[in-house]
Design a protein around this ligand. Sequence first.
Ligand SMILES: [Zn+2]
Length: 417
Amino acid sequence: MAPDSINTSSGSIDVNGRRYKLPKQPTVVVCIDGSEPGYIESAVKARRAPWFAKILKNGTNLLADCVVPSFTNPNNLSIVTGQPPKVHGISGNYFLDPDTGKEVMMNDPKFLRVETLFPSFQRAGCRIAVVTAKDKLRGLLGKDLKLVPGKACSFSSEKSDKTTIAENGIDNVNALVGMPVPDVYSAALSEFVFAAGVKLMERDRPEIMYLSTTDYIQHKHAPGTPVANDFYSMMDGYMARLDAMSCTIVLTADHGMNAKFGKDGQPDVIYLQDLFDGWVGKDKAKVILPITDPYVVHHGALGSYAVVYCANLEQWIAKLQGVPGIEAVLTKAEAAKRFELPADRLGDLVVVSTKHKVLGTSAARHDLSGLTEPLRSHGGISEQKVPLICNRKLAAPAGSRHWRNFDAFDLAFNLVA
Ligand SMILES: [Zn+2]
């Protein structure tokens, strides 16, 4: 893809084949991890989210499709590049690296094939702030950003006590935010992101801020439940403060979230590796779960999307299609086309389970001891619908446009009044 070009006469900039107007006021894009439609509306209905109530009524309230696999890394990178994974290359949280044959996390910035919007806007003179809950995303989101105190920073709540000017463009974050490092499995990990966003907006007034939370709460608590409403009420307060500072705010999600358990309250799992071992012999096929990340306690690495490395595809496609709870079985080429994924980073088959089912490897390989609540998870087509909300009205009617969560910056810079 051609490098970005800044068109100063029109005040716009081209990044990854899309044109963006330079922001006239601070713009905040928020990726609410796992924010299935219904969470915000339920908090509003319970009168816990007055800012959201006002925005849903007077701003822009759309539904968008996220990227499948409906996982965190592919979608965060789509939002900040404005393109699907076939362009940016991040096809999961975890994959089998064809260059090394090793199964690795997809956190390394070397896997990102294009620049995010941030370096381009930085070269155009914008101040940039990127704050994530978990540190796993920081390297990818902050790639090629020149970290300069007061002008560009990139850090996580999780490692907020380890920030340095050299690594993050900011230090003493805990003192600035007035919060200690939160536990990695907590709502506070996300609250820290919002609190930091407010403090940074007050102090540095960045033109572009990207805030990305963690779905710890959404994995455990359905929309409208007391803990979920507490979470969105907390967020509501911080959004109101950013709004009061004249920010344009766009909120979307990396993916939705659904209940994935049976009548017995236990996870409803199709163990794919066990199935293939029975069909072709032990370890003749290899199942990879791209939901896997360093923090699996709250989902046990169980999601609704898997890839399989195997031979004799036709035979296994037919067999898999006969398994109850399988929504789609696609060859590499079919999946790459349908979901706009990088074919060189998929298995031979892509398997998607239905709304309330998840896919595992072997029963013996999943530690489900950390699941203290009935499983809620994501990854499939059933978690593709996400909110796309802005505190400004659309400048012109959207017509029948098919919105994606990675239209968030287009909406913020180009389409609202
Ligand atoms: Zn996520």
